[in-house]
Design a protein around this ligand. Structure first.
Ligand SMILES: Cc1ncc(COP(=O)(O)O)c(C=O)c1O
Length: 343
């Protein structure tokens, strides 16, 4: 932690560690728009193999990964099915409508986790020209606004079966897929094998400064590559960023469990305190709290150097990550206790 601030607003606020910065400084680079950056190529090959797909594309953000998944697997006017709390529907500036030109059908899953039955009921499959056909289903694992909920592998498999039975595609927004793996004791391939495309972020729990990756079959990733270029996401000597991502895969995967453990300790320490309730389970690194006046609570916490994310008039989100150690955890607990005492 620098400057004594405990920043729990998101796991995107991490700063590269000295080791990561060193790896970035040493990175071999080339022009990735020409396909000549050895570090980017190494990252894409490594991730494709890890996920069990035959291609991967390094992109600047999770937003772009989701957008490329949509635009590469739908036609304008098609319908995409996703949970109502899903990131691309709520927090990606309407790119699905503006860029992919798709309609969205939102469903209410449990903590953001869809069931195969809900998905099946929502599909529009007939060829009557009055209708927009569903061509893509998108799931989020772990869920952001659902409190870091984890999809059971069997649910992903069943949703995959529903999608594939009807010749639809399934995308997994796995921004925090390794948090799901750490919590469930699964491998990323356990989820990916049921999905046509799966993306994840290096710039969240993995602690890299920039970057996400979209994986899938070679043909889909080739289409995504074209759209990445179109959207201005072709980066030149991006190997500096790929080196950070490679470093993160080598050094920051195992430690995600520590974030989950701290999230659990944080919650346990505050459970039962008058004025604080927990709207969702918190199985991974994200904890939502309901309080009588969230903006006031967030402002008071800020005065003690604790930054938390307002998520509604009564809701606060805190996220544990690489830059929050045990000292940060204790300060966060004390800060919330002190604020709660004034409710
Ligand atoms: C579940 C999920 N998907 C996608 C994104 C988008 O990632 P980015 O901020 O890199 O665009 C986020 C960001 O918080 C997220 O939580």
């Amino acid at each position: 932690m620098s400057s004594g601030i405990v920043d729990l607003r998101s796991d995107t606020v991490t700063r590269p560690t000295p080791g990561m910065r060193e790896a970035m400084a040493r990175a071999e680079v080339g022009d990735d728009v020409l396909g000549e950056d050895p570090s980017v190529n190494a990252l894409q090959e490594r991730v494709a193999a890890m996920v069990g797909k035959n291609a991967a594309l390094f992109v600047p953000s999770g937003t772009m990964a989701n957008l490329l998944a949509a635009v590469s697997q739908t036609r304008p006017g098609d319908t995409l099915v996703l949970d109502e709390s899903a990131h691309p529907f709520n927090f990606e500036s309407g790119g699905l409508g503006m860029v992919a030109g798709v309609m969205t059908k939102t469903l209410r899953g449990m903590y953001g986790v869809l069931s195969p039955e809900l998905v099946e009921q929502a599909l529009v499959l007939h060829t009557d020209h009055h209708y927009s056909s569903t061509t893509l289903v998108s799931i989020e694992n772990t869920t952001n606004r659902g409190g870091g909920a984890v999809y059971p592998v069997e649910t992903v498999a069943a949703i995959g079966r529903v999608a594939h039975t009807h010749a639809l595609r399934l995308h997994c927004d796995g921004a925090r897929i390794f948090n799901a793996c750490a919590a469930a004791g699964t491998h990323v391939r356990d989820y990916a094998r049921h999905c046509d495309t799966l993306s994840f972020c290096f710039s969240k729990g993995l602690g890299a400064p920039v970057g996400s990756i979209l994986t899938g079959d070679a043909e889909t990733i080739d289409r995504a590559h074209r759209y990445r270029k179109m959207l201005g996401g072709g980066m030149r000597q991006a190997g500096i960023l790929a080196a950070a991502a490679l470093y993160a895969l080598d050094h920051h995967l195992e430690r995600l469990r520590e974030d989950h453990e701290r999230a659990k300790r944080f919650r346990e320490a505050l459970e039962g305190i008058p004025g604080i309730t927990f709207p969702f389970p918190s199985p991974t690194n994200i904890v939502f709290l309901d309080v009588p006046d969230a903006p006031r609570c967030v402002a008071e916490l800020k005065e003690c150097g604790i930054l938390a994310g307002p998520a509604g008039p009564n809701r606060i989100r805190v996220v544990f990550h690489l830059d929050i150690d045990d000292d940060g955890l204790e300060r966060a607990i004390a800060g919330f206790r002190g604020t709660a005492a004034r409710f």
